[in-house]
Design a protein around this ligand. Structure first.
Ligand code: HEM
Length: 134
């Protein structure tokens, strides 16, 4: 398939569905997601609306990502690194490098703020060994 430079709602949907298809079978991340998500038919449209809001500014997503992640036990930097690596791989199978980077750079920013917020919620200080940020 030719790589797309234009970001459309259809391709955002494809990105999300392809990404979680990969995630679900990943040795590190698969077990975390499969243990938490009972209903993928609910999670995937939510993630589509999240990425539409981030990239196309649709304002259709109104969830709260911080508590959703802060309550997951045993999340490590390694989980975030793997998430970002897989997201970058999937984005680059669909989009040209420049368009893929619009997603990837936002994902890195959001991951960093999620990690910071989770540390704060857990009362973990910056620089502590168990800190996700830093
Ligand atoms: C360590 C990597 C990650 C893991 C293991 C993870 C896991 C999860 C899980 C299990 C849920 C479902 C929570 C629930 O339904 O209550 C979720 C929701 C979500 N995740 Fe992640 N996630 C990760 C990284 C990220 C990153 C980097 C982003 C954004 C760039 C993100 C965005 C979201 C959003 C928007 C939701 C929906 C929250 C809501 O509105 O309920 N996640 N994640």
């Amino acid at each position: 398939m030719e790589k797309a430079s234009q970001i459309t709602p259809q391709l955002i949907e494809k990105l999300v569905y392809d990404f979680y298809d990969q995630i679900r079978t990943d040795n590190l991340l698969g077990p975390v997601f499969n243990a938490e998500i009972d209903d993928w038919d609910e999670h995937l449209p939510k993630m589509v609306s999240f990425w539409n809001s981030v990239i196309l500014k649709t304002r259709t997503y109104n969830g709260r990502p911080v508590p959703a992640h802060a309550r997951l036990e045993g999340l490590t930097k390694g989980h975030f690194d793997r998430w970002l690596e897989m997201f970058e791989e999937t984005a680059n199978t669909i989009f040209t490098p420049e368009s893929a980077n619009e997603f990837v750079s936002r994902a890195h920013q959001i991951a960093m703020s999620l990690k910071n917020a989770i540390d704060v919620q857990h009362g973990v200080l910056p620089g502590a060994p168990e800190a996700l940020s830093g």
